[in-house]
Design a binder for this molecule. Structure first.
Ligand code: HEC
Length: 233
């Protein structure tokens, strides 16, 4: 075998192995996941994303919100996500299968938004937060998004979504644009409400050992032994 053939075979092997490792293994683990049908509720989970929220996901991607916000509640001893109440459980791969584009993000300048819908304030506060974050959270470093709002003359009844801010000329109101309404619908749709049985079983820590009448602890298996307090931080 001459040297050129050897180099070709080597390069071929490296590319095939990395393709298999990076793409194929992920495709098998994640791409094969399907919605889970709950027989008791006669519903499939995760639920379909409503149309307006799906459009809001495009606005979220377009405005680069993922630059400062993640959308994945992480678990494990080193993660404080659950203690920060960013979710009741860690996020599973199956949670994302309805999203045409997964907006995980990697920097956490702001909070994780995976379950923002479950802790969101009233819509009026959320609009004001987008318009001027510091008006809701003093000292906020989130950039204001005034271009998501437009000022127009009040015709008939004032809009219930009009922002209550100063500096608006009399007879006019400052209202969210369609993009802002879609973005807010998307933010409110973000919640991992359903606990998939298969994933849940894998992620639930074993129950603590039961106290016996005589005061002795019954240790079910070595894995169930309580961990020392110091490592729980
Ligand atoms: C430059 C970084 C940055 C960008 C870009 C950014 N944010 Fe934020 N965001 C923050 C920070 C910091 C906070 C925490 C302070 C606050 O609440 O204002 C925050 C807070 C939030 C909150 C409140 C979260 C909670 O749990 O209370 C929401 C909702 C939010 N951002 C949505 C968005 C959306 C939507 C976009 C895109 C249009 C966006 N952010 C873009 C930095 C950013």
């Amino acid at each position: 075998m001459n040297r050129a053939t050897l180099i070709f075979l080597g390069a071929f092997l490296v590319l095939t192995l990395s393709w298999g490792g990076l793409l194929l293994s992920n495709e098998q683990g994640y791409g094969a996941l399907t919605p889970y049908f709950d027989d008791n509720e006669s519903k499939a989970y995760p639920a379909l994303v409503p149309g307006l929220a799906a459009r809001g996901a495009l606005v979220y991607a377009d405005l680069g919100c993922a630059y400062c916000h993640t959308q994945q509640v992480r678990g494990g001893e080193l993660s404080a996500d659950l203690a920060r109440h960013w979710g009741d459980r860690v996020s599973y791969g199956r949670d994302y299968i309805r999203n045409p584009r997964v907006l995980l993000g990697d920097l956490r300048v702001g909070q994780d938004l995976r379950n923002f819908g479950a802790r969101a304030p009233a819509a009026a506060t959320l609009y004001l937060h987008l318009y001027d974050p510091a008006a809701v959270v003093p000292g906020s470093t989130m950039p204001p998004h005034p271009f998501l709002f437009e000022q127009h003359a009040i015709s008939g009844q004032p809009s219930p979504l009009a922002l209550k801010v100063g500096g608006v000329a009399p007879g006019t109101e400052l209202v969210p644009t369609e993009r802002a309404e879609a973005l807010v619908a998307y933010l409110l749709s973000l919640k991992d409400g359903y606990d998939f049985p298969e994933e849940s079983r894998k992620n639930t820590p074993p129950p603590p050992p039961k106290e016996k009448a005589g005061g002795k602890k019954e240790i079910a298996a070595p894995a169930a032994a309580p961990k020392p307090e110091a490592t729980k931080k």
